[in-house]
Design a protein around this ligand. Structure first.
Ligand code: DAH
Length: 367
């Protein structure tokens, strides 16, 4: 049998001795004071005020003491812990204020400083328009075809039924290149891409070919020795002029607005038979009575000349290795620069090629 534990001396619980508790408190206060920023203070808090800190561990011993000793030790530890949490709160407030001040200084923006103006560039409107055109045909399942700008004379002319003596061969003011024996030209139109495509692919062929072309024209308000065309070519069984008309009506509506349709005027191109000039309804006055006479865009015509087209001449099909008895095709060609000019209202063709970024910025976001 054991009696009450009268000779239990609380002083023997080392952690609860007054000097020990004071030392723990002072260490905690010193650690908080030494913490230079909130991260260091967090570590000091875990070490000295956390669940496993010396004071917290000492606190756990209290319960085992007899009542009187428990009261004394409780007060001692309680005061020490109170001092520790106050010191912690004070130091936290100081370090937070410092951090905020530092942030205000470091992240200051001087709104009065002059800015470096970096003007925004813009893609060239003709590039955007070419991509827009290609996209609208790709959306119908066509493919984009390309050819070189330095082109074989045979593909630029002969394959398209423009034989050596054909008047159109000299009418298209061609840039010939040296040496003449190479028989290369700067392509005068995008139509050689038709010939290339037919030589490379087998029908059904549905291609759209935007690109640069060259002619020995002056550089003035309405001409440029380099400009852009877009060529369309379809070769399939049972193709008729109606397919051509439908495709061009769709093209015109997507380029110039719903309701803008096309009309054909008989014409002649060696590579198409029959051939036609394509006009489209003037997208400004729409040919409406009352508006058309005043219209400056179509000059009172109600129609705007847009390009050339036709049913692919069977001689061209044959020259490019396509069975002309089985397949029929249609083709068309338009000036992209021209389309851009009347759509944008730009009056001088030189603006398109002078490279002034202000021109691109003004129109480069439109498409
Ligand atoms: N290549 C012709 C030109 O530059 C335009 C053209 C007309 C293209 C009729 C065609 C077409 O595909 O069928 O003037």
């Amino acid at each position: 049998m054991s009696g009450p534990n009268t000779d239990y001396d609380p002083v023997e619980v080392t952690a609860l001795q007054a000097e020990q508790v004071t030392a723990m408190r002072d260490e905690a206060l010193a650690a908080f004071a030494a913490a230079g920023d909130l991260a260091e203070l967090k570590q000091a808090r875990l070490d000295h005020a956390g669940d496993r800190s010396p004071l917290a561990l000492a606190n756990r011993e209290i319960g085992a003491l007899p009542p009187q000793a428990r009261k004394e030790a409780g007060q001692r530890v309680g005061q020490a812990r109170g001092a520790v949490s106050k010191a912690l709160a004070d130091r936290t407030a100081v370090l937070e204020a410092e951090a905020e001040e530092r942030m205000l200084v470091e992240e200051t923006v001087d709104v009065t400083l002059p800015v470096v103006r970096r003007p925004r560039g813009a893609r060239h409107p003709l590039t955007l328009m070419s991509e827009y055109i290609a996209d609208l045909f790709v959306a119908m399942g066509w493919e984009v075809a390309e050819g070189p700008v330095l082109e074989a004379e045979w593909l630029n002319f002969d394959a398209l039924n423009l034989g050596p003596d054909h008047p159109a061969r000299t009418m298209q003011d061609t840039f010939w290149t040296e040496p003449a024996d190479d028989h290369l030209v700067l392509r005068t139109h995008t139509s050689p891409v038709q010939a290339r495509t037919m030589l490379e692919r087998t029908p059904p062929i549905y291609v759209i070919c935007p690109g640069r072309v060259f002619r020995t024209d002056p550089f003035d308000a309405t001409h440029s020795p380099m400009f852009h065309q877009v060529e369309g070519l379809v070769v399939d069984e049972g193709i008729t002029m109606a397919h051509l008309k439908g495709s061009l009506d769709h093209f015109a509506a997507r380029m110039f607005g719903e309701g803008i349709t096309t009309r054909f005027r008989p014409s002649y191109f060696p590579f198409t038979e029959p051939s036609a000039e394509v006009d489209m309804v003037c997208f400004v006055c729409r040919g409406e009575v009352g508006a058309v006479d005043e219209c400056r865009t179509c000059k009172g015509e109600g129609w705007i000349e847009w390009g050339g087209c036709g049913v692919v001449n069977p001689r061209v099909l044959a020259a490019c290795g396509i069975d002309a008895d089985r397949y029929r095709g249609f083709a068309f060609g338009m000036g992209i620069d021209r389309s851009f000019m009347f759509r944008s209202g730009a009056g001088d063709m030189r603006a398109l090629f002078e490279g002034d970024v202000r021109f691109a910025s003004a129109f480069g976001t439109d498409w």
